[in-house]
Write a protein that binds this ligand. Structure first.
Ligand code: T3D
Length: 264
């Protein structure tokens, strides 16, 4: 049985195989962000993170777009004081997403502009339609990248390409984004669901504990010297090695079968 929770600007649905689908749902405004949508996303991410039945979180957009960034008409207070707006709406949403200790996947079905582009970057994986468009949008309206783009984009594609993309307001379609290393999978629009399902199926089977520790290691290690990185690995490996999932992994190897990881 699929379970759905009611929100106003997003859809939230947990599917039987263990994926929570969060759909930005303002297709008439290309799913652009309102204060309400950002608050609902923060709540939905927390809910998905805490639900033991959820192994993978998928974020996508209703209709022809993924998300056109900030709604440039709603929430006039945003324009008055961008710093406060970002701190009180986008930051809680992104920290809630970051708090999910499970794989997160952005399914980029169409245009992803501005903070909508940033949201795709804040997810662990990106699956794009070849017809998707990744548009920084910030440079065009004389803003700087926000919503995590300054951190995520250079890590994915390097400094020079990030500057080219944002400052020259270049946009990339799904195939170009794949070639630039920005997305994990690209597919013709009609196969997007199938390609996503394949990735989601694989991700529901990973050890949740090993996954979250691995992601944390990858996030923390770049700022460390080698000795500190090795100490961090030792700490995390000690924790992974003490888990029931590690025992299950060893048992599955001996019994020549697929492991069934519980996250314990
Ligand atoms: O609070 C703050 O401002 C700070 C935070 C900033 C973060 C940001 O995200 S800044 C970037 C904001 N986003 C943009 O600048 C993108 C603006 N939109 C576009 O450039 C284009 O719409 C797209 C390239 C995304 C898509 O183009 P296209 O030709 O496929 O569609 P369209 O015809 O332009 O848009 C369709 C409708 O959606 C249209 O409404 P209408 O005329 O049919 O009633 C359009 O106005 C609406 N729409 C598109 N983007 C937004 C939007 N409505 C409100 N806000 C939007 N961002």
């Amino acid at each position: 049985m699929e379970q759905a929770t009611k929100f106003e600007h997003i859809l939230y649905e947990v599917k039987p195989e263990g994926s929570a689908w969060i759909t930005l749902n303002r297709p008439e405004a290309l799913n652009s962000f309102t204060g309400k949508m950002l608050a609902e996303l923060a709540q939905a991410f927390q809910q998905a993170g805490q639900d033991a039945a959820v192994r993978v979180v998928v974020i996508t957009g209703a209709g022809r777009a993924f998300c056109a960034g900030q709604d440039l008409r709603a929430n006039p207070e945003a324009i008055q004081d961008l710093q406060t707006w970002l701190a009180t709406t986008y930051r809680p949403m992104l920290m809630s997403l970051q708090g999910i200790k499970k794989p997160t996947v952005a399914v980029v079905n169409g245009v992803a502009a501005g903070a909508g582009f940033s949201l795709t970057l804040a997810c662990d994986f990106r699956v794009a339609s070849s017809k998707a468009r990744f548009i920084p949008a910030f440079g065009k309206i004389a803003l700087v990248p926000d919503s995590g783009m300054s951190q995520f984009l250079p890590r994915l594609i390097g400094l020079s390409r990030s500057l080219e993309l944002v400052s020259l307001n270049r946009d990339l379609n799904g195939d170009e984004a794949f070639a630039w290393g920005l997305v994990n999978r690209v597919s013709p629009p009609e196969q997007l669901q199938e390609v996503t399902a394949g990735l989601v199926d694989q991700l529901t089977q990973v050890s949740p504990l090993a996954y979250s520790l691995t992601r944390e290691l990858f996030q923390r290690s770049p700022g460390l010297d080698l000795a500190s990185a090795l100490i961090l690995e030792e700490d995390y490996q000690g924790r992974a090695g003490a888990s029931a999932d590690f025992k299950e992994g060893l048992a599955a190897f001996e019994e020549k079968r697929q492991p069934r990881f519980s996250g314990k």
